[in-house]
Design a protein around this ligand. Structure first.
Ligand SMILES: [Fe+2]
Length: 289
């Protein structure tokens, strides 16, 4: 571990220890999330990620042959053994910018998908838009593995990740919402944990702790101690739907529409070789006016 990573690991441990006054499981039940203070390592890290994402979107929209090639690569990847490690089929580029109400484009990045593309599709090395975006995602992904391990340890769930290289399987989702995006219904994430890393408008994210019934009024914008403008910021950790057998229930959430462009980055900790439990979660209310 290099010295920067080590310092960061110590910092994250400290951040979690600050939270121990209230056990993590209680905070999830009470508020639905925990806020973790973050050192801002370069105020432009996410800004440059979003700039790379814009370039990739522009490239793939104007070069549908490459978009199709990327889609084929993803289809091949989800037939490989690495797919099981993540327990999902969601990887790569999803352009829903023209779909009614959806109005968004997202990319689901993972290191295994990155390596698969580099080794099976060397021609992508000629696409600097994709390579730069992958490198930006990789930098962010490397930063958060220890945080998930620490959260799992706090909940005594270390064994769920059976980590390879010391990290759980992580998906980094980068999303761009367009003015045409409409908020419809909250959702639960199909993850062990989800970590809201950054957004260009935090206020639009609403969530609620898990309950036996929900109304729209249960959803609120989590107050932040730190904002992106200062030299510290915060990330929010919530439980996903893949921990129910431990009586940890997922935090439903929704992004409100603003009529503007909004970018966000989320890291998902997945469960290796996991088959979702057949349990019925509480239905969620419609936000459509
Ligand atoms: Fe989500």
């Amino acid at each position: 571990m290099n010295s920067w990573l080590f310092k960061r690991f110590v910092f994250l441990l400290f951040a979690f220890q600050c939270l121990r006054a209230t056990p993590l499981v209680e905070q999830f039940k009470r508020a639905g999330y925990v806020e973790i203070c973050e050192e801002t390592h370069g105020p432009t890290q996410f800004d440059s990620l979003y700039a790379c994402f814009d370039e990739l979107i522009e490239f793939l929209q104007s070069n549908p042959v490459w978009a199709q090639k990327l889609y084929i690569a993803k289809e091949r990847f989800i037939r490989s053994k690495d797919r099981k490690y993540y327990s999902t089929d969601v990887f790569g580029f999803y352009d829903e910018s023209e779909r009614v109400e959806r109005g968004q484009i997202s990319f689901y990045y993972s290191t295994h998908f990155h390596e698969f593309i580099c080794s099976h599709y060397p021609e992508f090395s000629q696409v600097p838009e994709l390579i730069s975006f992958f490198e930006a995602c990789l930098g962010i992904q490397k930063t958060y593995g220890n945080l998930f391990n620490t959260a799992a340890a706090e909940l005594r769930l270390e064994s769920i990740f059976s980590p390879i290289d010391g990290h759980p399987p992580i998906l980094v989702k980068v999303i761009k919402y367009y003015p045409s995006y409409i908020a419809t219904t909250p959702h639960y994430d199909g993850t062990a944990f989800s970590l809201f890393l950054d957004s260009t408008d935090n206020q639009l994210l609403l969530l609620s702790p898990y309950k036996s019934s929900f109304t729209v009024d249960d959803f609120y914008s989590p107050p932040r101690e730190f904002t992106r403008e200062h030299d510290q910021s915060s990330v929010l950790l919530i439980p996903g739907a893949h921990l129910t057998e431990f009586s940890i229930y997922p935090t439903p959430h929704i992004v409100l529409q603003s009529g503007k462009i909004r970018y966000a980055t989320i890291a998902f900790a997945m469960r290796p070789n996991y088959t979702p439990q057949k349990i019925k979660l509480t239905p969620l209310p419609s936000f459509k006016r």
